[in-house]
Design a binder for this molecule. Structure first.
Ligand code: NDP
Length: 377
């Protein structure tokens, strides 16, 4: 192996050495599903920082953000994260590789990656930040702190169904909502949208921590969510869902995976003046920066969230936005919960690598019942 000392760049010089290209699904511009292009000549990922690892991807999970990013959603913020000094020309992100969930095997570790944590051959899983090249490719490079050892009891396909929704749920429920395994017992939690990726994961984590969980979902998803341990199900297709919800005892936390008009009534379902929180995952943050540019978009975001938080604080409840955040340490905890049988992967449909366009269309159609996963190798 060769280490290029000057820029800390580590290059493959083993049996893998001639791997300068790899197969991947890429996009060269934003648009609908026909922008997806398969190539055998995508650039092989290289370690640019000593805390990075190269992983051979075995399975990639898809999320609604892949469909949105295919269409250009979040492009302004992602460009700033990739190139904070704005040196590169617009469009320099292409060819862009989508895919946020990854399960695979470590092929190479940067010099600062302690062998106590990771070594070549380790089976790992990760949620890939949206500003990095994704998992619809044979290899991906990630920071070691974004990666975690995959649960032993899951196949790669099952493991690729978990990290992005798990890291999002962790960020929303633990970091923003203040919940943890020691304070959840008997707390009443409402999940708006229980049948998709975030919902099916959040239900299981909250039940493992002893919470009382109510979800809204379509009637035909009731069996799925009951099987994950939900205590109470409200069918949102049967009429205005806020009516049956108002008849229930009030909640300590509402996790909103639905958005739209939910904000107009969901905060009224919280227990007032006792720290109860509404956390929504459906926020205009990236749309604001796409529409207004980074500075004005962030300003608009700050004004919106602060004014809503103040308005609801005066009524005794907390209003918050939840955001995905990469978190290898949280994945370590989740891995233990999976291996202890407390959380299972909910794979709705599996596709082959050649079927990536079909897999994207499946996610785009909505009505998810768990996760869509692509087998890569
Ligand atoms: P999915 O597409 O996996 O699931 C959405 C689920 O919601 C589907 O099962 C759908 O089924 C159900 N649903 C749709 N409308 C309603 C409704 N009115 N009431 C109850 N359920 C409904 O999405 P995810 O779980 O991955 O993500 C959920 C939301 O969170 C998405 O909007 C996503 O963009 C957002 N998100 C935000 C993140 C952030 O960083 N802020 C990160 C991750 C996700 P059906 O239509 O059949 O009822």
């Amino acid at each position: 192996k060769t280490l290029v000392h000057g820029d800390q760049r580590r290059l493959f010089n083993t049996s893998n050495s001639r791997m300068t290209i790899m197969p991947a699904w890429v996009i060269d511009r934003y648009g609908s599903n026909d922008v997806l292009r398969f190539t055998k000549n995508a650039g092989f990922p290289i370690i640019n920082y000593p805390n990075e690892v190269v992983v051979q991807v075995h399975a990639a999970g898809l999320n609604p953000i892949d469909v949105s990013m295919r269409g250009g959603y979040g492009a302004a913020t992602m460009a700033m994260k990739r190139d904070p000094l704005n040196i590169n020309q617009s469009g320099s992100e292409f060819p862009l590789i989508l895919g946020r969930d990854m399960s695979g095997v470590i092929m190479e570790c940067g010099l600062d990656v302690a062998s106590a944590y990771f070594k070549e051959g380790d089976e790992v899983w990760a949620a890939i930040p949206p500003w990095k090249q994704g998992s619809l490719a044979e290899f991906v490079v990630l920071s070691a702190n974004e990666v975690s050892k995959k649960p032993k009891c899951l196949s790669h396909i099952e493991a690729a169904a978990v990290p992005y929704v798990a890291a999002t749920a962790w960020s929303a429920l633990v970091n923003t909502g203040g919940l943890n395994k020691d304070n959840c017992a008997k707390k009443r939690i409402l999940i708006l949208g229980g049948s998709g990726g975030v919902g099916t994961f959040s239900i299981q984590m909250l039940k493992a921590w002893g919470a009382h969980v109510t979800v809204t979902c379509s009637q035909n998803a009731e069996r799925l969510v009951r099987g994950l341990g939900v205590d109470h199900v409200v069918d949102y297709t049967a009429g205005p869902v806020e009516v049956p919800l108002r008849a229930l005892e009030k909640f300590d936390l509402v996790l909103d995976n639905v958005g739209g008009d939910t904000e107009s009534w969901a905060l009224g379902l919280l227990k007032p003046w006792c720290g109860a929180k509404y956390v929504t995952l459906v926020t205009p943050f990236l749309c604001n920066t796409d529409r207004l540019g980074i500075a004005d978009g962030m300003l608009q975001t700050g004004v919106t969230v602060a004014s809503k938080a103040l308005k609801h604080l005066s009524k005794g409840v907390h209003y918050r936005w939840g955001m995905f955040a990469p978190n290898g340490l949280a994945l370590d905890d989740i891995s233990e919960m999976v291996d202890a049988g407390k959380i299972r992967a909910v794979v709705e449909e599996e596709f082959t690598f050649s079927q990536v366009p079909q897999a994207m269309l499946k996610v785009e159609k909505g009505h998810a019942r768990g996760k869509t996963v692509v087998k890569i190798s």
